[in-house]
Design a protein around this ligand. Structure first.
Ligand code: F3S
Length: 774
């Protein structure tokens, strides 16, 4: 029988399919010509194309102009899902009727664990409160052959780094910080659940070919400067939008000076500048890490591939060109602190005290929190421990609350063996469960800070949007390395500079921290830890019943959407005309609604609740033809019950923001057929098509003014377009509900042949299910 367990030499799924990837790279070289130089990211991405010739040559000036232009259809090697986003991904996957996932996959229960009193008390409580979700995920994992990491086993990105990420691998993860795996030379991309399902059912996953932003690292970090400071500094330079559409590719001599987990920290936070992903080349830091995590066989295979030099899969060609290039001298880089409220407000440590005074930020530090998927490696914890030991020896105790989150059971058990956790606890620190906890709002804060009160915390996390940690939008979260966070926790002050300032010991002496040190890997190896936290083996078992209670309010099985009618859409009604910005958060709000991610009927009660009514300026107030007032989801539900299908009219960039599949699923579930707007955010437009909603744009943007809520709409030409695989033009015949007057509005579409198939079948998954059953 298959064994539960961490990576071993005998786990075949932990080895990237190198022979296939290398063969594909040869094919890419043939298509593009041997003289064409490629970056590392291009090599790995393009060698995962479903059909290299089609993706690289069409619409790209015969392969000369791929980046930013080509539509890549990719076949990733693996998928990882966290517990919150896995729910809808699995519910969708189940509608396809496949016996197992097409690629190896894993589920990690980390986002629903509260941090309050410490792991021992918090974990059982969180399991109790979420048991139906965890039971569902575990049963679905067993049935479909997905490796299941139970609550408390670790944070998705740390577990992925320790077990699955590998040089040259391409993987998708249903979480923004999936690029963490780039620290180990993988192309690892954060996606929504519907995208993950593409990979799980062996359908090509589409991505506009990214541009490549080269970051050349020179010199070597020293003193207090850490890998985290590289990305904190870079975020300040690039801003939160600067990486959009790019893969950040690190290179240069400085790479060889970094540990594997340090590189992962840097890639993790590339998400904060909007990058598609970030990646490091195979380097000397990778070998000991792979060996220490039981993957010596992967290290050896990668080293053999990399031995071919710059022409190899695992390095950029020597003459490869970047679309943008930034050089960072590690030797002169100092620690940085980023925040509050945005990760790109970056201040060097030496200037931070003045900035605090200038901006009137709180001088008192309430809490220091280290860990999270960004900074919870063995190395991070050892260096933090070094500072705690220095302070303890001087008789000091932390002045602010101090929380420590180990990234995985492997890290926790190893730190336990090496008595590092004991050092933290004796100093007054609270060791939380191996989970996200305070990083994602699961922090039950008990230090008396009230909602709405300005206060400062320091964390080694990656995000600091208002309300993210403790639900208080006035909590200012300053991001820094775990070492800076730890040192400041001892001072209890945001203006303390551990590089230059002293603290006073209980016996009145001056104490100054020495720059921290710590090993990057445990000399005695990693501990496996509690066997209950080991993942299940990824072997499908069709006898397992997937656990979804019909009375659950958090989970509901999905019913496939009905296929497109045989003919034009007629007598649709305009549910709502949206004024101004309409993000995915406007369409499907987060916060308390996240609880219903696995229950489409329940979460649909938040549909468009943030949308502004173009006629009245009211938010979430809709009217029917008789002038009766509803909330938007109420009116949609009413029309659904009456059998009336509807459309939404909107302005520019409809569906911008995070790629939230619910923002496409919910309108479809409630009877939405068309979104017509001035322009779409590209990812959301694709998501709509996948769920069978037709996205259309006004041929003349001014026509937005011609159509109102409750007008009746028939399509002209849409059915022909769908049947011909995207050929032809579409118009909307609008009958004004107030006057009975009829006008015709020309609209445009971007439906490809495949996407026409999705709409006709009712959704992309319906089409896949149909194909799978043949
Ligand atoms: Fe979890 Fe925070 Fe990372 S929510 S996955 S620890 S970004």
């Amino acid at each position: 029988t298959a064994r539960r367990g961490l990576a071993t030499e005998a786990s075949p799924s932990r080895m990237p399919p190198y022979p296939k990837i290398l063969k594909n790279l040869e094919q890419v070289r043939r298509v593009l010509g041997a003289s064409r130089a490629l970056t590392l990211a291009e090599k790995i991405l393009y060698s995962h194309l479903d059909n290299a010739e089609e993706s690289l040559l069409s619409g790209t000036n015969n392969g000369k102009d791929i980046r930013g232009k080509a539509n890549l259809k990719l076949k990733p090697d693996r998928v990882a899902m966290q517990d919150a986003s896995a729910q809808m991904a699995l519910l969708q996957f189940m509608t396809c009727g496949l016996p197992s996932t097409a690629v190896p996959a894993s589920i990690h229960c980390d986002h629903m664990i509260v941090g309050e009193l410490g792991a021992e008390a918090d974990l059982p409580e969180s399991i109790k409160g979420n048991s139906e979700v965890f039971d569902f995920l575990e049963s679905a994992a067993k049935r479909y052959g997905i490796e299941f990491w139970p609550p408390g086993a670790g944070i998705i990105h740390q577990s992925v780094l320790e077990n699955y990420a590998a040089p040259g691998l391409m993987m998708l993860g249903t979480d923004s910080h999936t690029p963490n795996g780039g620290g180990l030379g993988a192309i690892a991309i954060g996606v929504g659940g519907a995208d993950a399902v593409d990979a799980l059912v062996d359908a090509p996953w589409e991505l506009k070919a990214p541009r490549i932003l080269g970051v050349r690292l020179e010199g070597q970090l020293s003193g207090w400067a850490r890998p985290k400071d590289i990305i904190l500094h870079l975020a300040g330079k690039l801003t939160v939008r600067g990486g959009t559409g790019f893969v950040i590719e690190y290179h240069g001599p400085g790479v060889e000076t970094l540990s594997c987990t340090g590189m992962a920290t840097i890639c993790n936070m590339g998400a904060e500048v909007g990058a598609t992903t970030s990646i490091f080349p195979f380097s000397s830091g990778h070998v000991p890490y792979l060996e220490a995590t039981n993957r010596g066989h992967v290290a050896q295979a990668a080293a053999e591939i990399a031995a071919a030099g710059s022409k190899s899969l695992l390095r950029a060609d020597s003459s490869a060109e970047y679309d943008q290039l930034i050089t960072i001298d590690l030797s002169t880089l100092e620690p940085h602190i980023n925040g509050p409220f945005t990760p790109d407000l970056s201040v060097p440590l030496s200037a931070f005290a003045d900035t605090v005074r200038e901006k009137n930020w709180p001088a008192t530090l309430g809490a220091g929190l280290i860990g999270s998927c960004t900074n919870s490696s063995y190395e991070d914890m050892m260096r933090a421990e070094d500072l705690v030991k220095q302070a303890t020896a001087a008789g000091l105790k932390p002045k602010a609350s101090f929380f420590i989150t180990p990234g995985s059971e492997q890290i926790r058990a190893t730190l336990d063996r090496d008595q590092t956790l004991d050092t933290f606890s004796k100093a007054g620190g609270t060791v939380l469960a191996n989970a996200c906890g305070p990083c994602i709002g699961q922090w039950k804060r008990t230090d008396g800070v009230s909602k709405g009160e300005d206060n400062a915390i320091f964390t080694s996390y990656n995000r600091n949007f208002p309300g993210r940690n403790d639900g208080n939008r006035r909590t200012m979260n300053f991001l820094a390395s775990p070492e800076v966070v730890t040192a400041l926790t001892y001072s209890g002050s945001t203006t303390f500079n551990p590089m230059t300032d002293s603290l006073t010991t209980p016996d009145g002496k001056n104490f100054q921290f020495r720059p921290p040190t710590g090993a990057s890997l445990p000399s005695a190896g990693f501990e496996e830890g509690n066997p209950d936290f080991l993942p299940s083996a990824g072997v499908p078992d069709s006898t397992v019943q997937v656990a979804v209670s019909p009375t659950s309010d958090r989970l509901a099985l999905l019913e496939p959407f009905a296929p497109f009618p045989k003919g034009e859409l007629s007598s649709l009604k305009v549910l709502y005309k949206v004024k101004g910005q309409c993000t995915t958060d406007t369409i499907s709000a987060a916060g308390p609604w996240l609880k219903y991610k696995g229950h489409l009927p329940n979460i649909s009660e938040n549909t468009l609740i943030g949308a502004v009514n173009a006629a009245t300026g009211e938010t979430n107030v809709a009217y029917d033809e008789a002038g009766k007032q509803y909330t938007i989801p109420e009116l949609a539900a009413q029309w659904k019950a009456d059998g009336t299908e509807w459309l939404v009219v909107a302005e520019d960039n409809y569906g911008e923001g995070s790629a939230r599949e619910h923002a496409a699923l919910q309108p479809r579930y409630l009877g939405g057929r068309i979104i017509v707007c001035k322009s779409f955010a590209r990812i959301h437009e694709t998501n709509l098509k996948k769920q069978g909603v037709v996205p259309l744009t006004f041929a003349n943007k001014a026509d937005y003014d011609l159509i109102e809520a409750c007008d009746h709409v028939d399509t002209i030409g849409l059915y022909d377009v769908l049947q011909s695989g995207g050929q032809g033009s579409i118009q909307l015949r609008v009958t004004k509900h107030k006057t009975g007057e009829t006008i015709t509005i020309p609209v445009q579409h971007t439906l490809s042949k495949d996407q026409c198939g999705f709409i006709l079948a009712g959704s992309a998954l319906n089409l896949l299910a149909k194909r799978a059953s043949k």
